[in-house]
Ligand binder design. Structure first.
Ligand SMILES: C[S@@+](CC[C@H](N)C(=O)[O-])C[C@H]1O[C@@H](n2cnc3c(N)ncnc32)[C@H](O)[C@@H]1O
Length: 262
């Protein structure tokens, strides 16, 4: 059987097989991974793509220790999560490190779509932030996020705000809460959630907004951000547009950094 690439989540390897692969070959390959990689203790097969609002994926156990829980380390932080119940992308590790470096001393940060807390925790651990508010809809992800905050000893620095970002933003607006920095590692869904983010901004707020598009659509995404700001009577300055990784052939994740000017 041909050597296949696999993703590593700590001691867990996740393999994506072509549709026609038979079970016997999958198990043989899984056992080869275990034999050749001493740190790998569990091999799972990836079934399909991330689905739905909560961006969950399905996996199938193939070999090793039977678990779907991962212990994963990056940027000096440790995370535990269930690979089927929560979204996590190791590919965003450089993004998390970069954003942490952009946060200034004593700033208050909101991370929406925070999952099991990787952006929130990496920022809190690697910057002089005053506080990070970590918003996520998936209850299971919030349960792991809370454990991960404790695991990384950041109880004083990170607070979870559970629920739909739209409803959470409304409540925060009622309490007149504004943030210095808003990080939006959005799921690949239609809604931009930018009006909600802008409602929590003040003069000087920096927004780090993630989106997905074809290479030739990057300019129109920036225009869309500018239009939504205009609709919300906010003046913005685009600071940077960054390709933050390829997610499919000719399809990229982009990050649009902008500052709110009023
Ligand atoms: C692309 S994932 C990002 C996860 C995480 N930031 C990371 O780096 O691994 C998007 C997350 O947004 C959450 N989500 C989807 N819709 C939401 C909403 N309306 N409000 C809050 N979170 C939402 C999903 O459950 C998912 O965990």
């Amino acid at each position: 059987m041909k050597q296949r690439a696999f993703s590593l989540f700590g001691s867990l390897a996740l393999v994506n097989f072509p549709y026609e692969t038979i079970k016997k070959d999958k198990i043989k390959f899984a056992n080869e991974i275990l034999k050749n990689n001493q740190t790998v203790k569990t091999v799972l097969e990836k079934l399909g793509k991330f689905k739905g609002r909560l961006r969950k994926q399905q996996t199938n156990f193939l070999a090793g220790i039977k678990t779907k829980e991962v212990l994963y380390k990056e940027n000096g932080c440790t995370f535990r999560f269930n690979i089927d119940e929560t979204y996590f992308s190791p590919r965003l590790s450089n993004e998390r490190n970069e954003i942490a470096k952009l946060v200034k001393k004593n700033e208050e940060v909101l991370v929406s779509f925070a999952g099991v807390g990787p952006f929130s925790i990496v920022i809190a651990k690697n910057s002089h932030v005053k506080k990070v508010y970590s918003n996520e809809l998936n209850r299971m992800a919030n349960k792991y996020a809370q454990e991960n905050i404790i695991r990384n000893k950041l109880q004083e620095k990170v607070e979870i705000i559970s629920g739909d970002f739209k409803k959470v933003a409304k409540k925060l607006v009622e309490h007149r809460k504004k943030f210095d920095v808003i990080v939006m590692p959005r799921p690949q869904l239609k809604d931009s959630f930018l009006s909600e983010a802008l409602s929590l901004s003040k003069k000087g707020t920096r927004v780090y907004y993630y989106d997905f598009c074809k290479m030739e659509e990057v300019k129109s995404k920036v225009k869309m951000v500018e239009k939504i700001a205009e609709k919300n009577k906010k003046k913005i300055k685009i600071l940077r547009v960054k390709h933050a990784g390829e997610i499919a052939p000719f399809k990229v994740r982009i990050r649009i950094d902008f500052e709110v000017r009023n």
